[in-house]
Design a protein around this ligand. Sequence first.
Ligand code: P1T
Length: 383
Amino acid sequence: MGKDLRKQSFETLAIHAGQEPEQATGAVVVPIFQTSTFAQEAVGKDKGFDYARTANPTRKALETCLAALESGAWGLAFASGMAGEDAIAHLLNTGDHVVMGDDVYGGTYRLFKRIFERHGVGMTAVDMRQHAAVKRAITRKTKLLWIESPTNPMLKVIDIAAMAELAHKAKALAVVDNTFASPYLQQPLLLGADLVTHSTTKYLGGHSDVVGGAVVGNSADLHERLKFIQNAAGGVPGPFDSWLVLRGAKTLAVRMERHSANGMAIAEWLAEHPKVKSVNYPGLASHPQHALARRQMRSFGGMLSFELKSGGEATAKRVAARTRIFALAESLGGVESLIEIPLSMTHGSVKGTKLAPPAGLIRLSVGIESVDDLIADLAHAIG
Ligand code: P1T
């Protein structure tokens, strides 16, 4: 960060952190430094960049911006959300143990269950709304608590400050996947988390045109270790993908306001619908952790899930195939609305486990289109 941007507000940081006019030409927008290597004047005498896996100016601008948006000291960008999570998991050693929420993105569970368990890292999944259950799950070997809030796809809200406290008592790291909320709605580092991770594919990128990941923190030691893993394992984003996330992040604040307003209106409409059994949205007063969500989040975002009273999985699939504006697709957080069936799509990897969501659950990623058009689309699809 060139000037002291730390004191500035979120909206300003999103547009300016790491993004001063470029020195050689004055270009107002950070250029796409599409190069794999950097010429050196003499051996070891470079301009801060030598090889683009280690560092690239476009990626560096993004990393500075991500750190500012999460109120962290540093940020690291990755080729996908999973690549960032994989880097965090590589902090662990054989014999270590992880306590994880029991309603996390299916790919996160799969990473720990199918890859890291093979390398001797144990894992226990637990409902993190039950603090006593989390305490029971923590052992002497527990080195990391993996917290997602709101959760994917049930929209449970987890008390991040309380989880961080439990982690620190056990001398373990508190890691928060902040993908659903985005840093505009919630800043886990300020609540005591050690690391925040994102799929920047989602709200940070915001336009469904890039896959990326991020890890942000404060500790210099964790920065060194994760930067080493990032470079040694090499899961870095290219310059164009870094640029797309950086450009998307500029409008995060205004997008999240609209996502939240649309999400709230649709949740309220669904809650009143005679064919709807239940709606999971932290902004509804009926949500079991609504009070916690109000404390922890600025507003409630664009993600929600619901179940119909009858018909189960088959009816849910039929509804998902009948919308015209909501595209039937995996992913979330873009300006366009998406609809999906988690158990058959994004969470297929937890089918048959205790993490499996209900088969008839429908998940919406509410975009920023006209909310009247979105409601009309759902009304038609639900019938
Ligand atoms: O897809 P990728 O950028 O690698 O991010 C993985 C990831 C991590 N964390 C959360 C909370 C996520 O939701 C995801 C990806 N999720 C979807 C693709 C989805 O539709 O839920």
